[in-house]
Ligand binder design. Structure first.
Ligand code: NDP
Length: 455
């Protein structure tokens, strides 16, 4: 019996939508897609996009101070959060409709329903319908994880951050990763008194130590109270807010607690294990380099596979799968040297090897530059920018690049092209500087700051 679809995608986020669109529009496949919530997934609806707009909004008080210092007659008035929320809502609706339009134009049939697997070729929808498909793609993303501490229910997750009725006067943020650190800066920019609780010694674990030190210095200077080695042990409701107790026994009263303590693959209720799809320790769907699970007709891309949990990576994985299955172009997503940015204030952009990884490997030279950028030095701001290259001492290939400062995300995107191409330090050096910019420091670092020999 022929299948209803060539491909059925579960999840309308970045990875699923890309796979569906390419399979249908470019591969001529008959594609169905089920999404239980709003089209666009975490990135568009409750992640990257609204977050970045909030980052933008929260940066204006400082920009207005700078404008005044440059001579403009301006002063920051009050921030109209309900107005911003309205605008944000309209923008997300626009984007969601754009996603729907794209899928429709590609010929993808969208089912606004929750889907689970009935067998290796059949999906069952919450509407009661069932559909068969030659291939099934799990692209259900991730979901916030909240640790099991007493009173955890008094806190919220990033999912709810965009729908707050009011901005809190005082907030506690639990966690030290991307989401925690970004929201600490966003709320601080809006004027909230922020305390960030992190269980380890230094937030942004995994990034270059010196780079995260610069981020932390900037965040602390901006007024964020970062408490390290201070895991939250309980939350209690008080007469005037929420009382946060940490490992040191210290108690702080706040109006809002945000748990940004990681995300877990969203696999609950899909019926994967019963079919023999192997799951890892965190519940992630285990796939091979072709994004294929232990059941040959079932594939998975994006955060649900817990490989590199970034939107552009999910998009690559989804695209590669559609190319492989329907365009006779067998392709695997390339996970090497994926650049990323943390939209803290100051921003952090990174690609490749950290200095700590360089020390472990040995045979690397480290070039660094830290300086006060012209734009803010002019108005007497102490803000510093940091740039760093990790270079193979023998081949001179640039193995890593780390940037902290304004627009670090924009800069790292471009530097990542060179790093991905295997550029050497000499390639950087013979590139003429663009003056006066911050990024020119990337091509004018003459002498190594440190060398780490092979051990
Ligand atoms: P992360 O994995 O980045 O950070 C989770 C944080 O929570 C870590 O600091 C971790 O500590 C801490 N944590 C974990 N479990 C507990 C616990 N039981 N108690 C206390 N603290 C805990 O996750 P995020 O939620 O910040 O982000 C999820 C993913 O989304 C990221 O991996 C990232 O890939 C992606 N993302 C990317 C963004 C970007 O590109 N700009 C922005 C936002 C998200 P420890 O370090 O000790 O493990």
């Amino acid at each position: 019996m022929p299948f209803d679809y060539d491909l059925f995608v579960i999840g309308g986020g970045s990875g699923g939508v890309r796979a569906a669109r390419i399979a249908a529009a470019d591969g001529g496949a008959r594609v169905g897609l089920a999404e239980e919530s709003r089209m666009g997934g975490t990135c568009v609806i409750r992640g990257c996009v609204p977050k970045k707009l909030m980052v933008n909004a929260s940066a204006y008080p400082k920009a207005m101070q700078d404008a005044a210092a440059y001579g403009w007659d301006v002063q920051a008035g009050a921030f109209d959060w309900p107005k911003f929320r309205r605008l944000l809502g309209a923008e997300l609706t626009r984007l969601e409709n754009a996603y729907r339009g794209t899928l429709k134009n590609a010929g993808v049939v969208v089912h606004d329903a929750r889907a689970s697997l009935a067998d290796a070729h059949t999906v069952r929808l919450s509407t009661g319908e069932t559909f068969t498909a030659k291939h099934i793609l799990i692209a259900t993303g991730g979901w916030p994880f909240v640790p099991d501490v007493p009173g955890a229910g008094l806190g919220i997750t990033s999912n709810e951050m965009f729908d707050l009725e009011n901005l809190p006067r005082r907030a506690a943020i639990v966690g030290g990763g991307y989401i925690a650190s970004e929201f600490a800066c966003i709320l601080n920019g809006f004027g909230t008194q922020v305390t960030q609780y992190y269980r380890g010694p230094q937030i942004l674990r995994g990034f270059d130590d010196e780079a995260r030190g610069h981020v932390v210095a900037g965040m602390v200077a901006a007024g964020i109270d970062i408490r390290s080695n201070a895991d939250v042990t309980r939350l209690d409701r008080s007469d005037t807010g929420i009382l946060v107790t940490d490992l040191t026994g210290a108690q702080t009263e706040v109006d809002l607690v945000l748990f940004a303590t990681g995300r877990r693959p969203n696999v609950q209720g899909l019926g994967l294990e019963a079919l023999g799809v192997a799951l890892g320790q965190q519940g992630e769907v285990i796939v091979n380099a072709w994004s294929q699970t232990a059941v040959p007709s079932i594939y998975a891309v994006g955060d649900v596979t817990n490989r590199i949990n970034l939107t552009p990576v999910a998009i690559r994985e989804g695209h590669a799968l559609a190319d492989t299955l329907f365009r006779a172009q067998p392709s695997k997503a390339d996970h090497e040297l994926a650049a990323s940015a943390v939209f803290t204030q100051p921003e952090l952009g990174a690609v490749g090897m950290t200095e700590e990884q360089g020390i472990e490997r040995g045979g690397v030279q480290v070039y660094t530059a830290t300086f006060r950028p012209m734009k803010t030095m002019f108005v007497g701001r102490p803000d510093r920018v940091m740039m760093k290259l990790i270079v193979d001492a023998q081949t001179r290939v640039v193995l890593g690049c780390h940037i902290v400062g304004p627009e670090a995300g924009e800069m790292i995107q471009l530097a990542a092209i060179a790093v991905k191409m295997g550029a050497t330090k000499e390639d950087f050096d013979r590139t003429v500087a663009v003056h006066p910019t911050m990024a020119e420091e990337l091509v004018t670092m003459r002498k190594p700051t440190r060398m780490h020999p092979f051990l």
